[in-house]
Design a protein around this ligand. Structure first.
Ligand code: NAP
Length: 212
């Protein structure tokens, strides 16, 4: 599949590397290609392009940008480039302005997933993977052999099925469809607990397992 990843942080790098390994055609979108290349020592696993150029050629777009900047970052790609496409939203609205632990800048009655869906009504937004660290997103077997849970939220059933297919390619087996995009509130609000679990366990490599 032709995939654009908007995001040059740990998530953009890790997810793009895995998608390339799985045979997908990947471009990484950023605001300023030269500035991004100049600030990074390690080469990126896929070509860099402006967000607009990356999204233009893509069938599916992944949002791996800072949650509070996600609508701006996707606006850089352009609404016309998102229309009709599946937009996988991995972001979290973590605000570190008061130090650690971060607080949620958006919560309870809204979520980044909903903000993105409202800003781009023709996009088919699916929230997923925001509840695990980047390496576990694409290698769930790193934790308990992959016996744990990932969630999807979104208004478009077909888009959620497309994304679930990608998740299965990564190795996910227990995928729970929570319902429409408002259910992203719940998975984004798991983050305050997640960051405290990271402290308690001394690792980022863990996940929630739903037992039922
Ligand atoms: P990050 O440092 O949170 O975000 C980096 C990206 O955000 C860059 O691509 C940057 O764009 C973009 N960005 C920042 N401010 C922007 C602005 N004002 N306008 C447009 N774009 C802006 O990177 P990350 O750690 O890889 O996390 C990405 C997202 O995934 C976050 O929402 C995070 O909460 C979530 N997440 C992260 C992890 C993890 O393991 N790190 C796990 C789960 C979820 P440029 O490329 O143009 O500089």
């Amino acid at each position: 599949m032709k995939i654009a990843i908007l995001g040059t942080g740990a998530v953009g790098r890790t997810v793009s590397a895995r998608l390339v390994e799985l045979g997908h055609d990947v471009v990484i979108g950023t605001r300023d290609v030269q500035a991004t290349q100049a600030r990074e020592e390690e080469p990126f696993p896929a070509p860099l392009a402006t967000a607009a150029a990356a999204a233009a050629g893509a069938e599916l777009i992944i949002n791996a940008t800072a949650g509070q900047a996600s609508v701006a970052a996707l606006s850089g790609a352009g609404a016309a480039q998102l229309a009709g496409k599946v937009v996988v939203d991995i972001s979290n609205p973590l605000d570190f302005s008061l130090g650690f632990p971060p607080f949620l800048a958006i919560c309870n009655t809204d979520s980044v997933g909903e903000q993105v869906q409202r800003a781009f009504p023709e996009a088919r937004v699916v929230k997923t993977l925001n509840t695990v660290t980047a390496e576990v997103m694409v290698h769930p077997e790193r934790v308990a052999g992959g016996d744990h849970t990932i969630f999807v939220s979104g208004d478009d059933a077909e888009a959620k099925e497309t994304v679930s297919g990608l998740l299965r390619e990564f190795g996910w087996r227990d995928i729970i469809d929570l319902g429409d995009i408002t259910t992203a509130r719940g998975t984004e609000m798991m983050l305050p607990l997640w960051v405290r679990l990271m402290g308690a366990l001394g690792t980022t490599e863990f996940n929630y397992k739903l037992v039922r």
